[in-house]
Structures are given as C-alpha cells and as structure tokens.
Design a protein around this ligand. Structure first.
Ligand code: FES
Length: 564
C-alpha cells in the first residue's frame, strides 16, 4: 500500500520487532487470516448497530457483508464490530437517554482498536447521530451507510406510513371506529420489513442529513432497506473508505461549518424531524462548530419546504426515493447550499448533485412551487422559553399557528396518562395542554412524550388538533401543533415549571413567540416557591447522564464530550 504509515501498523506492523506486535498478529490469524494480511493494507472497522432488539437495523449484517466485499476488493482488511444499538420501539424510558452512551461506545471502540478507517452502519433514530458524534470525536476517516427505510406499510387497499398512520389509526380505535380485529390486521401490516420508519421521521431525517453533511455516498441515504441497490451502495462505500484512508480524508474536513449550514437547509427543505435540531447541535458540538439554535430559524425563513412526505406531506419514503430522493432536493436548493463543501466522495456537493434528476414533481416540488414558503422547523422564544423551543410548522394546523388559550397543566407524563382519557376532562378545542417534567433531566432522558394524545373528550367532538406544549421531544413521525424542547426545562426551574391551569398562553409562529400571559411579579412569587425535584438516578449511567447532560438548546450532549 502506498503512502504514509498506517495507524494499524502500530498494532501489527512487521517493522516493529516487538512481542506484542507478534502476539497481535497471531491473535488476528486465529480468525482464519493468512500472514499476507499484514502487508500494510488499511484496516477498516465496520461499526455495526445490528441488533434483534432493533428491528429497524435488523438487516445490517447483510449490509456489512456487502461493505466487506468492497473493502477486500479495494485492498483493505474489513473487521466488523458491534456497539450498543438503540431500538426506538423497545428501549425504556427512551433511546435518547442512551444516545450519548452509544456515541461514547462508537468513539472509544474506534479509538481503542487497530482501525485506519470506519464504515458506520446505522438506521433507527438515534443510531445515526450517535455514530456521527462518535466518529466526529475519534476523527479517523469515516463513511456512513444507513440501512434505509422499510417497505411502505399496507392494510387492505391502504398504504401506511409507520408511526404517522399508526397513530391516526390508533386514534380511530380509541374512539371505537376500528375494531380489535381490524387493529390486529393493521399491526401485522404496518412494518413489513427491516429498515427504519418509512416517513420523514427522525431516522429518515438523520440519515438524509448524514448525506447532506457529506458523510454518505451521493444518493445512499434513501434507498429502501430491502432494495438490492442498498447493497451496491454498501459495497461502493467499502471501496471508497479504503481510498479515504489513503487520502487521509477525515470527518473534521467534511463536517465543517459549511456542511452544517447545508444540513440545516436540507432539513428545512425535507420538512425534517424536530429532533434534527438537537442532534445537529450535538454533532456540531463535537467539532467546535459553534452552531446556535437560532441559526435554524434563520435558515427556516429562507429555505422553503419541498419534500411532500409524511408526516408533513402525503407520500412515503419509497416514493421519495423513486422521485430522486435527497440528491434531487439538494439540486433544487443548490442556491441555498455551500456547493463547494467537500464530501466523502472526494468531490464537492455541487459536483455530486448538479445533475441529479427529479422524476416526480408532486413528491419533490420545484423551488418556485413549494409546499410551504418557509422550512419545516421554527424556533420560538419568549418568557415561556427564554432559551428556545421548537415547532414543526409544516405538521401543525395552520389555524392554530396564532393562538391564545387557557392552559391545562399536567405536572408530569404519568398525570397526563391518567387524565387524558377522562370524559370529564375540563378542556375545549381552545385549551393549551401543558406538560412538565419531560425534559433531559426531568423525565429523565428527554423522551418523545411531547405529542400529548388528543383528549378523548375532544376526539369525540371531532377535534383533531390543539396546541400542546412541553419540554419533551416528539417522534419525527408525529404531527400536530406541538411545541417542544422548551428550555430551560421545568425540572431545573425553567418558566414552564411556573405555569398553572387557567393561565393564558400565546403562540405566534409568525413572530416566533411563546408567551405566558402572567405578570412578572406573580411569576417571581411562583419562582420563589419552586422546589427542584430530586434526581431520579443515584447511581450508574443514569447518574452520569443527570450530572452532565446539557439542555435542549445545546444538543443534550454531555458537557465533557463537547470539543474543548
Ligand atoms: Fe426505528 Fe422508527 S422505530 S426508525
């Protein structure tokens, strides 16, 4: 192999007459390799988040095999290794509690082992940001291969988007409009294959943003999981990472400020999940980019929403891919992107997408005929959220984007669960549901509880949406006029903790404000009476999390993991 001495040579190199180099070569040969593998070829780690406790990533072993073909054919040595995986549907209380743990696992696994470059296999929501955070900190050549979205769901003649349609149909079941038998039929057809959720939820958003950041091959993110072209991309990524090692092309050279500005613009154009805000802030924090929450809003005002995919739009990820996928969107908004940003292809964004075709303008709208003239996510501020809050305006009801109503307060998630089905819950369509103690520290772990279910009493009246506010996150597959990530959170004494039932709350998306209509003297009295709840974890990882997690507006990474 040409070029400079490889990092892996410090473990295996025959040029070091050292017992441990000999012993490590012997150890690796126990896996059935011949002595020729120590000829100075790059060692490529394949960081696999496969797990049977993560249905979305279940096919990643097959993807890893395709990556290995590529690595071998390019003259590298592929070595696959596992990390913790984060299965969105199974982990309690929330995968977000463990995103930083996975990021540490990825970072330290890369750093501690004889690896020259790494291919990252991800898919389900948090697995992508965790791998990007870890590889950013380790800063060895890295390329991402997402697992892709699952097949569209199906029930009788209907195509279903996991998450989004599941919630809508479950509300029909709650109100007696679907039978138990029908619900069971839906259950069997909602998720028909491995792969992540097939709407523009957090997984589709974050894998698309990995591509927008320049960390995947062009067009790789949206290929459906069972599609054979997924494996072709995997093999090509295996070949490419060997070249990247030889070029010494590292994440810190790709995930630059320009790349994050590109990712924010793409996030707005695809109507990405609100969770993207938290994750991009966290990844950027690993690289000392200095990304701020308000930058998302500035981009949102400029870049229109184009991708007609649920939950904000009509179609599913299979349709988005068939229409041209992310490259078609990036080509459409090229004027808002840094076309000269470098990517894992070794080429610029402009070179990658300048000729990207779009095959269906109903799915990917042209810039002069957007679905919304602004981007999907906006940032709110005001006396209820001094450090910001987020709202996905494209998934909200237009008539609620300017709204004043009386608060109905749930002190925590458990109280909400107990009360939401009450037929005598004293709320109207104008009420504003407020839920506390669901933030990074309060829940703890910042769970996706913010999509407070519609009260059954209102569903019975035909009311489908209302303003809901919390310091929680929301699944990217969810929808509604839902204000999230209120910071500072209530558990640390943020103003959300001071809201009482009957207080009036003003939401104004146009002016980006969220206001509690209570005078400052009264708020000061309530603030003086606030008692911080006790920590919910006294030992182990939970304690580490509570002692070091940052607030939502900083990305919820641990303070000691951010770049110095
Ligand atoms: Fe894994 Fe939705 S549950 S992406």
């Amino acid at each position: 192999m040409p070029g400079k001495r490889l990092r892996s040579q410090d473990w295996f190199g025959r040029d070091r007459p050292d017992y441990y180099h000999f012993a490590r070569r012997a150890a690796l040969r126990s896996e059935g390799f011949g002595g020729e593998i120590f000829d100075g070829r790059p060692v490529i780690g394949i960081c696999n988040s496969w797990s049977e406790l993560n249905n979305c990533n279940l096919h990643l072993r097959t993807v890893a095999e395709a990556v290995k073909r590529g690595v071998w054919s390019a003259g590298g040595l592929p070595l696959e290794f596992p990390t913790i995986s984060l299965g969105e549907m199974f982990m309690r209380p929330t995968t977000m509690l463990y995103r930083n743990l996975m990021a540490m696992d990825v970072e330290e696994s890369i750093r501690a082992n004889p690896i020259d470059g790494v291919v990252l296999l991800c898919g389900c929501d948090k697995t992508t940001p965790a791998q990007l955070m870890g590889c950013a900190s380790a800063d060895l050549p890295a390329i991402v291969v997402p697992g892709g979205p699952m097949l569209s769901g199906q029930w009788r003649e209907r195509r279903l988007g996991s998450g989004t349609d599941g919630r809508k149909l479950f509300d029909l079941f709650r109100t007696g409009q679907l039978s138990e038998e029908e619900l069971q039929e839906i259950e069997g057809g909602l998720a028909r294959s491995a792969g992540h959720c097939t709407v523009m939820g957090t997984a589709s958003t974050m894998t698309s943003l990995a591509e927008a950041l320049g960390m995947t091959l062009t067009g790789c993110a949206n290929v459906p999981a069972p599609d054979s072209r997924r494996l072709v991309f995997a093999e090509n990524s295996g070949r490419r990472i060997v070249e990247m090692v030889n070029e010494d092309l590292r994440p810190s050279q790709i995930m630059t400020r320009k790349a994050f500005e590109n990712a924010m613009a793409v996030d707005m154009a695809i109507g990405g999940s609100t969770n993207a805000v938290v994750h991009l802030l966290a990844i950027a924090g690993r690289l000392n980019i200095g990304l701020r929450l308000d930058e998302f809003d500035a981009v949102s005002r400029r870049v229109p929403y184009l991708a007609n995919v649920k939950p904000s739009g009509e179609f599913l990820m299979e349709d988005f891919f068939a229409a041209g996928g992310l490259p078609a969107v990036m080509r459409e908004i090229l004027q808002y992107l840094h076309g000269d940003a470098i990517t894992v292809t070794g080429k610029t964004v402009r070179e990658n997408v300048a000729d990207a075709p779009c095959y269906d303008r109903t799915v990917i709208r042209p810039l002069d005929s957007p679905l919304h003239r602004e981007g999907g996510t906006i940032i709110l501020r005001g006396n209820l959220a001094p450090d910001g809050a987020v709202l996905k305006q494209t998934a909200a009801s237009p008539d609620l984007l300017q709204h004043r109503g009386p608060a109905y307060v749930f002190e925590n998630y458990e109280q909400m669960r107990q009360q939401i089905e009450r037929d005598d819950l004293p709320v109207t369509k104008d009420s504003v549901l407020v839920m506390k103690s669901c933030g990074p520290q309060g829940a703890p772990g910042f769970p996706e509880w913010g999509h407070i279910p519609m009260p059954r009493v209102l569903l019975g009246q035909g009311v489908k949406d209302m303003v809901r506010i919390s310091d929680a996150r929301m699944s990217g597959t969810s929808f509604g006029t839902v204000v999230l990530h209120v910071a500072p959170e209530s558990a640390v004494g943020g103003p959300l903790a001071l809201v009482r039932t009957g207080d009036f709350v003003d939401l104004n998306a146009a002016s980006r404000t969220l206001t509690l209509a209570v005078n400052e003297d009264e708020l000061e009295r309530r603030r003086a009476a606030f008692v911080r709840p006790p920590l919910k974890h006294e030992r182990g990882y939970g304690r580490l999390f509570l002692e070091h997690v940052t607030q939502a507006n900083l990305g919820c990474d641990f303070d000691f993991l951010r770049a110095l």
